[in-house]
Design a protein around this ligand. Structure first.
Ligand code: PLP
Length: 381
């Protein structure tokens, strides 16, 4: 009997949306011209890149000239960190794309100050009061993620950017987990820079963008040709740019409906977990304060790696902490930052549902968890 495979690791990556694939195909076939060429083969690709930039800008309330295509979230984050000036204030639970870029800059002599998220019940957020506690003269860049990739909490970005601006610093947000899932309005958020990655919102891998507000500038990370207005060299990845714009547009149109659907699925999942394992501990701050579909949950006494592998054997994909940390048995820096004990951190799995998941999928996940926990000899109901 074929078992149904269930993918519940959407924070790691998402399946490519059929509409995006369709939109990409012509540029991987006949319309392969280089958008920078002078001859007529450039016309369609150039027009497609222009339209994609406009569509993306519209989804986040930016101007098209404020969108710069990159190879993904990692490049966008690195660009902001390495292309900016002055000291940096960053949250201690950023993705490694920010943290390791910041560490590299620190080795070259830039000052760095870290801010920890609020801990305890209702924790997992960075609040402006916390920024003011660690503020130091000379900070030129503040970077706090829109939503955390391990616990799913959503930060009050407009308050944080306001604080940074009042103190004369620029503000960057890594919105890789948020774009395409919750409303993003760069004007309301008041950000100078925002990073995004297509594969997190049903677009292709290896493509993303940086929003850079008109009037602010970064040193280019990649030097070469004059693409992206001279700010990011390299022949455009036309097919992927088109796929990304299509995926974002479709996701933005469906956003409210999808979020409501995922909240319902998540509540069903958590109710079920509470029934089979009343001692389960959730990280983050409840369904309302987290990304749609996001559950980070600890089963004390049950190592996360074992749970993940047992679920995998049953055809269910979840993760322990961040996907990029899957080969790393150290305790996640995010869980440390929110003060999770070693015991909780070691037994935390991340279940992130997506729009293609169904009620039946949730019930299969719950049945599998129940069996695995029972086989492990736990007193479950
Ligand atoms: N930032 C966050 C919050 C992420 O979750 C990820 C991917 O896991 C990245 C950055 C890196 O993005 P990419 O995979 O496009 O390089």
């Amino acid at each position: 009997m074929n078992k149904k495979l269930i993918y519940a690791d959407h924070a790691a990556t998402t399946p490519l949306m059929p509409e995006a694939l369709e939109a990409m195909l012509p540029f991987m076939k006949g319309d392969f011209g280089n958008p920078s060429s002078i001859h007529s083969w450039a016309r369609k690709p150039r027009e497609a890149v222009r339209e994609a930039r406009a569509a993306i800008a519209m989804c986040i309330n930016a101007e098209p000239e404020e969108i710069f295509f990159t190879s993904g979230g990692t490049e966008a984050d690195n660009w902001v960190v390495k292309g900016s000036e002055g000291g940096m204030l960053v949250s201690s639970y950023e993705h490694h794309a920010v943290l390791n870029a910041v560490a590299s800059e620190a080795r070259r002599g830039r000052d760095v100050v870290y801010v920890r998220p609020k801990v305890g019940n209702g924790g997992g957020y960075i609040m402006p009061e916390r920024l003011s506690k660690v503020w130091e003269e000379g900070i030129g860049l503040v970077s706090v993620m829109t939503a955390n990739n391990e616990i799913g909490t959503i930060n009050p970005i407009h308050l944080l950017s306001d604080f940074a601006h009042k103190h004369g610093a620029l503000f960057h947000t890594d919105a890789v987990q948020a774009v395409g899932h919750i409303p993003i309005d760069v004007r309301e958020m008041g950000v100078d820079f925002l990073s995004a990655s297509a594969h997190k919102f049903n677009g292709p891998k290896g493509i993303g963008f940086l929003f850079m507000r008109k009037g602010v500038k970064l040193e280019p990370l990649l030097n070469g040709g004059q693409q992206e207005n001279g700010f990011r060299a390299g022949t455009e990845n036309v097919a992927s740019i088109v796929g990304m714009a299509t995926a974002l547009k479709v996701n933005c149109e469906r956003m409210n409906k999808t979020a409501g659907y995922l909240d319902d699925l998540t509540s069903r999942l958590r109710d079920g977990i509470d029934r089979i394992f009343p001692g389960a501990i959730y990280l983050g701050d409840g369904v309302a304060g987290q990304l749609p579909g996001f559950t980070s949950v600890s089963f004390p006494g049950h190592p996360a790696e074992g749970l993940m592998h047992m679920l995998d054997l049953k055809g269910i994909a979840v993760s322990t902490g961040a996907a990029c940390d899957s080969k790393n048995t150290r305790i996640s820096h995010v869980l440390k930052a929110v003060n999770a004990t070693n015991e909780i951190a070691r037994s935390t799995i991340r279940i992130t549902l997506g729009s293609e998941n169904t009620v039946a999928d949730v019930d299969i996940i719950l049945a599998a968890l129940k069996r695995i926990l029972r086989e492990a000899g736990n007193d479950i109901t």
